[in-house]
Design a protein around this ligand. Structure first.
Ligand code: AMP
Ligand code: MG
Length: 423
């Protein structure tokens, strides 16, 4: 059950810069979920709810980085070849079962433990391809450094280290690292339970009939896909009519059993926008008039102590506001520690004029120029309802509040869609 602070979304001001909105979210929103233990195979995309500590070194023993011959460096000729008898074979998983002796070479394979022995045992490994074998003797060339091709116990992870912190979203590498220290299960936050609705008398479900004047529901499907990409357990609650009572009844019902309610449409504060009245009657709703384009307004509120996110109706605005505000909200509610979306500098392939004082995103496709650098090409239409522009695009170029014009050739921050879409 959600545990949101009272009125954590309260805001009565004028246009809110996006950075303020994000700072507010970080200050006031934390994990609302319980925890559960999952097997590693179920852990991908989940958010870790414990600090994972290793109780062992990885690797557990000094070992060879190559296939070759392990020797004691002090047995080598200072210049010229060294000939040593090969007196043992050490494969991965099969340590030498006796101490190594000075003046001998040991055939060793990648990952096999360096043998212990006289004077600490062999400390240097020659690569097989640099050596010549003459019966039981190996000829080792001069010039190798002491300690070459030897990997140290604990050089990846030391016993006692915290290797992954609570709040981390688990990717392939975290799952692999947890496995490498012997963990078979991890404690994660339970999936955020999210109910998704569309609103609008004109909105119809794809697959059915769309009467004159009607459109098919794009938002619900796009938003559900975005939420699932962020690891949420999504319930599809269909399309609500433009009727405050109907919306209110549906939201009240959904509030039990969910941690977040998401709607799209009906929040522009026009006559036919009934979401406001519905949510106000059940809890509270705050319109964050964000200084962003596309996308304002966005509604944030609470129904009981369940969070409410009201996205704009235009499909591009719904997606972009979800990506820049909804995504951090969802991740914070889900227990994530860091919700930063990294932008990468690319060259602008277009001129652009904008109003100062708001942040804008242009939908762009990357092209590689003759010098091999990515150049952002803007989609020809910037309408908030042109969803095909999102399909065409690789991501968004972000133009900050202080920018009023962009000229071709300038460097601009690019946000790849795959940076913010989770999977
Ligand atoms: P609204 O905010 O409800 O006034 O909607 C703004 C615009 O977005 C209108 O043109 C709606 O028809 C359109 N719209 C609203 N909801 C959806 C939806 N689920 N899928 C596609 N378009 C929508
Ligand atoms: Mg509507």
């Amino acid at each position: 059950m959600a545990q949101l602070k009272d009125d954590c979304f309260a805001f009565g001001g004028e246009l809110m810069p996006l950075d303020d909105a994000l700072a507010r979210l970080k200050d006031s929103v934390g994990p609302v979920m319980g925890m559960e233990t999952v097997a590693l195979r179920e852990a991908q995309g989940r958010i870790l709810a414990e600090d994972v500590k290793s109780d062992r070194n990885v690797p557990p023993h000094d070992n060879s980085a190559v296939d070759g011959y392990a020797v004691n460096f002090d047995d080598l000729e200072a210049d010229g070849d060294t000939r040593l008898a090969v007196s043992g074979r050490i494969a991965a998983g099969h340590p030498l079962e006796r101490p190594a002796e000075r003046g001998q070479a040991y055939r060793i394979f990648t990952g096999a433990p360096m043998p212990d022995g006289e004077d600490g045992g062999p400390d240097t490994v020659f690569m097989e391809e640099d050596c010549t074998s003459e019966g039981d003797v190996v000829v080792l060339p001069a010039g190798l450094k002491q300690g070459a091709n030897r990997r140290f116990a604990g050089e990846d992870v030391k016993a006692g280290d915290v290797i992954i912190r609570a709040g981390q979203r688990l990717r392939a590498q975290e799952i692999g690292l947890a496995a490498s220290v012997g963990r078979a299960t991890l404690k994660v936050f339970s999936r955020l339970r999210v109910a998704v609705f569309s609103t609008g008398d004109e909105v119809r479900d794809p697959g059915g009939e769309a009467d004159e004047g009607c459109i098919y529901d794009a938002n619900r499907y796009a938003v559900m896909a975005l939420l699932e990409g962020l690891g949420c357990a999504v319930t599809d609650l269909g399309i609500l009519k433009d009727d405050a009572d109907a919306i209110s009844a549906a939201l009240a019902k959904a509030a039990s059993g969910h941690d977040l309610l998401v709607t799209s449409g009906g929040v522009s504060a026009g006559e036919e926008d009934h979401v406001k009245d519905a949510v106000e009657g059940l809890g509270q709703i705050n319109f964050w008039r964000l200084a962003i384009k596309p996308g304002r307004p966005i509604a944030l509120g609470q129904v009981d102590d369940v969070a409410f996110l009201g996205l704009p109706g235009n499909p591009v605005a719904a997606m972009v506001t979800f990506l820049v505000v909804g995504r951090p909200l969802v991740l914070l509610l889900s227990g994530a520690g860091d919700v930063t979306a990294h932008h990468f500098p690319v060259e602008a392939g277009f001129d652009y004029k904008k109003k100062k004082g708001r942040r804008e995103w242009a939908r762009v496709k990357l092209e590689i120029n003759a010098a091999g650098h990515p150049v952002a090409m803007k989609y020809h239409s910037s309408g908030a309802g042109i969803l095909s522009s999102m399909v065409e695009a690789d991501g968004l170029v972000e133009l900050d509040e202080d920018t009023d014009r962009l000229e071709q050739g300038m460097m601009v921050p690019f946000l790849p869609f795959n940076e913010v879409t989770g999977r």
